[in-house]
Design a protein around this ligand. Structure first.
Ligand SMILES: Nc1ncnc2c1ncn2[C@@H]1O[C@H](COP(=O)(O)OP(=O)(O)OP(=O)(O)O)[C@@H](O)[C@H]1O
Ligand SMILES: [Mg+2]
Length: 341
């Protein structure tokens, strides 16, 4: 990974405080609380020689809502697979609330709820049966399981579908069923691998509400997503993983605050001139005849830009921020060398 503007690569990605915006001193202070997840120098080399994880260290504090981000193939699902004992680690260690997953596998597994990236329930079973049978597998008595299933199916807005064949559920409903199932064992740590992939924005927002409710009730959540707006809205702390290594981590607010450039898209009245004005410190680019892209340092005064545009005869009709801020940060940090010329 080449140079990037924010957050030095830490030895261990820490998030000792779950409080949003906790100051650095507090963050760096040793916490005597056992983290929900502690990953130490984790490595994974698959049988085909692919080094999917190259020494990842990471702490997630109890009660946190944590985003694990990274481009396709970064190693997120491998990490989650190891944490949930579906994939064997090559070296390093993983502890769930202090319980080592290799030495005390079944104790560790009891603490986790997993929503995997791929749908993995029996499509010919009914939602109610899927939940109750899953809980039964983990030793939850049937009467308790039935009560919980009702709570979880209602939270997932699937109660009316409880007795239908799961095959008939929509994609978004199937995703919500996976979350409801994972909650049946009342996990202390809920791990979700792209739970909202391919889900429309309205249903996604509904899922955010459910996840926030689950987190507020004390469940630690780790989420991977490619919708960075989702991570920015939900998560207090994050780690960005790329090519099997963590390249940035910390509180969402601190990482975003370090982002020193902001981008705007301006719609103009009348066509842009052939030669754009030069504004020192800012980068201007015509997207098309009526749309101007501007990147400027965060501390630069916007009025300064407008004065210069006005002097060049460019009348701005409307303006919006270019993308969500986490997206900018992410694109910059994970840019392949050939893209970041
Ligand atoms: N079972 C496997 N056998 C061999 N290689 C694998 C296996 N699973 C994953 N890999 C490789 O390991 C690397 C990391 O994959 P992983 O699925 O962990 O990425 P990811 O971050 O979850 O990506 P995505 O965002 O696409 O889900 C990739 O190069 C992938 O091809
Ligand atoms: Mg994945």
């Amino acid at each position: 990974m080449s140079q990037h503007p924010v957050g030095a690569t830490p030895d261990r990605a820490t998030a000792n405080s779950a409080a949003p915006g906790a100051d650095a001193a507090l963050r760096d202070a040793p916490s005597d609380k056992v983290p929900a997840l502690r990953v130490t120098d984790l490595r994974k080399t698959y049988g085909n020689g692919v080094e999917a994880l190259k020494g990842v260290s990471l702490d997630v504090a109890e009660g946190d809502f944590f985003a694990l981000l990274g481009p396709n193939g970064a190693g997120k699902s491998t990490l989650i697979g190891i944490v949930s004992s579906l994939v064997n680690l090559t070296s390093g260690s993983v502890e769930i609330f202090g319980t080592d997953i290799t030495r005390r596998r079944s104790d560790a597994m009891r603490l986790i709820g997993l929503v995997p990236q791929e749908l993995n329930f029996n499509l010919f079973e009914k939602p109610l049966d899927i939940l109750v049978n899953y809980a039964g597998f983990y030793g939850v008595p049937r009467k308790v399981a039935l009560e919980r299933a009702e709570v979880e199916l209602k939270r997932a807005h699937l109660w009316s579908k409880a007795q239908m064949t799961s095959r008939t559920l929509s994609g978004g409903m199937k995703r919500r069923l996976m979350i409801a199932r994972a909650m049946m064992t009342r996990p202390r740590l809920l791990i979700l691998d792209e739970p909202t992939a391919g889900v429309d924005i309205e249903i996604r927002r509904g899922m955010w509400d459910s996840l926030q409710e689950i987190n507020a009730s004390g469940t630690t959540i780790i989420l991977t997503t490619h919708y960075l707006e989702e991570a920015e809205n939900l998560c207090r702390n994050l780690a960005i993983i790329d090519h099997g290594s963590i390249i940035a981590s910390g509180p969402m607010r601190s990482l975003l605050a370090e982002l020193d450039v902001q981008g705007f898209v301006l719609d103009t009245d009348g066509a842009l001139p052939a030669t754009l004005p030069v504004i020192e410190g800012a980068t201007l680019r015509a997207r098309d005849a009526h749309t101007l892209d501007i990147d400027m340092p965060r501390e630069m005064d916007l009025n300064h830009i407008f004065v210069a545009l006005d002097a060049a005869g460019i009348k701005v009709r409307s303006m919006r921020t270019k993308s969500n801020r986490l997206e900018e940060l992410f694109v910059r940090m994970t840019a392949r060398p050939e893209q970041s010329a």
